[in-house]
Design a protein around this ligand. Structure first.
Ligand code: NAD
Ligand code: NA
Length: 396
């Protein structure tokens, strides 16, 4: 079929297999161009099909020749109905990994469930014995709690007061004011339940109980801080509470991994266009200004550049792992640079529908958004008839 983007607000209902394949290829090429990393050998990636999780998997496999098991929740294709992008990404990744002689298998299902944890445990036991790195990179709006069966929904709301600021519709470039009512206590609890650290701890406990963690194994989850500007809706909002919980959980996990001398880390990454971040009000305008300023200063990065730097310069640099005074690894250092943030602040005050075209990088935002789904990828012929039914070779 000929596959075209079909957008509805901040989601796209279709994905292009060849475009996704090209995206994965570009990320692999980037990692290879940066040279070998003395990194992990057997890696479990939870949330492995898109965004930071996919980039982590590619970095481990093609930077360190690691065997990888990927867990994700993606929609398989049907005739005349394309799969979700993470499906095509995972198919492309596995094909490339297998061609390179690397072990790569995947599990598609709800990572929050006991069943998927058990299936993953069985696969590690059978094929890898133990893992030396666990990446936890889930981004989900909902979680069915494995003990209670209750379905919790996360929300993106401020806490305490209503929040009003500018936001942009990145399809049209229209800037408008958005007002978001504050979260209830229940909203806060639910968001922590979905995006906090409880499930990360459940995973690590389950793996440890079955003796599947190698001596000195590491685990890492991803967080975000961002500037004052976005604090009410991000770091001091409901999602921020969940990130506080996630960051605190790292210390709990490290404590429980004492016997094997294992360590849990949180890496604070930069703001990027992903399916998750497009859904947060105000953030797309911030990102379009951020992209403009970071590109002008030659410090712009995508997921793959961030993960390459995380692995090569932070996690596996053959010396002590550098953290901030709250124990977090920072690869948002360039985003948070004083000169970069001062410039964004100035642009923010001047941003209108009329000025954004020149002062922001809306085109970069929009392009990255379509790229997530395999569209507008350089070198891909979108007029060609493609087979939408693609298999993931190592899918369990
Ligand atoms: P993403 O949406 O690209 O990836 C989410 C992954 O989780 C996908 O692989 C998806 O299949 C998987 N997933 C979702 N629900 C699942 C479920 N129930 N079971 C199994 N798999 C499931 O998101 P991302 O932006 O890469 O986010 C990953 C992490 O990085 C999140 O913790 C996010 O907060 C953090 N982060 C994001 C940004 C950003 O700007 N995007 C910045 C810093 C940190
Ligand atoms: Na991810």
């Amino acid at each position: 079929m000929i596959i075209e983007p079909r957008t509805r607000g901040f989601i796209c209902l279709t994905a292009h297999p060849i475009g996704c394949e090209q995206n994965v290829q570009n990320q692999i090429d980037y990692i290879k161009s940066k040279g070998a990393i003395n990194g992990p050998k057997k890696v479990l990636v939870i949330g492995a099909s898109t965004g930071f999780g996919l980039a982590s998997r590619i970095t481990a496999a093609f930077g360190s020749d690691a065997a990888t098991i990927g867990v994700f929740l993606e929609k398989p294709p049907k005739p005349n109905r394309p799969a979700s992008p993470g499906w095509y990404n995972s198919a492309a990744f596995e094909n490339q990994a297998h061609q390179a002689g690397l072990y790569a298998k995947s599990i598609n299902g709800d990572a929050f469930s006991k069943e998927i944890k058990q299936q993953t445990i069985d696969l590690i036991k059978k094929d890898l014995g133990q893992v030396d790195l666990v990446i936890y990179s889930l981004a989900s709006p909902v979680r069915v709690h494995p003990e209670t069966g209750v379905k919790h929904k996360s929300v993106l709301k401020p806490i305490g007061d209503p929040y009003t600021n500018k936001t942009v519709d990145f399809h049209t470039g229209d800037i408008s004011q958005v007002s978001i009512d504050p979260a209830t206590e229940e909203d806060i609890e639910n968001t922590i339940t979905v995006m906090g650290g409880e499930d990360w701890k459940f995973w690590m406990d389950a793996l440890q109980k079955e003796d599947l963690l190698a001596p000195e194994a590491k685990t890492i989850a991803y967080s975000y801080i961002g500037p004052k500007l976005t604090e009410p809706v991000y770091r001091k909002g409901t999602i921020g509470r969940a990130k506080d919980h996630l960051e605190a959980t790292a210390f709990d996990i490290t404590k429980s991994l004492k016997d094997i001398d294992g360590k849990a880390y949180v890496s604070v990454n930069k703001a990027l266009v992903t399916q998750a971040s497009s859904a947060i009000p105000v953030i797309p305008l911030y990102i379009s200004l951020l992209y403009k300023v970071m590109k002008e200063n030659n410090v712009h990065e995508g997921c793959i550049e961030q993960m390459q730097r995380l692995f090569a310069d932070r996690l596996y640099n053959n010396s002590e792992i550098e953290t901030d005074d709250e124990g977090r690894i920072r690869v948002d250092d360039w985003e948070m640079r004083e000169d970069i943030q001062a410039k964004i602040k100035e642009l923010w005050d001047n941003a209108t529908t009329e000025t954004l075209v020149s002062i922001g990088d809306l085109e970069g935002y929009s392009n990255d958004f379509f790229n997530l789904f395999g569209f507008k990828v350089a070198g891909v012929d979108y007029n060609q008839d493609v087979n939408e039914v693609v298999e993931i070779p190592g899918l369990q």
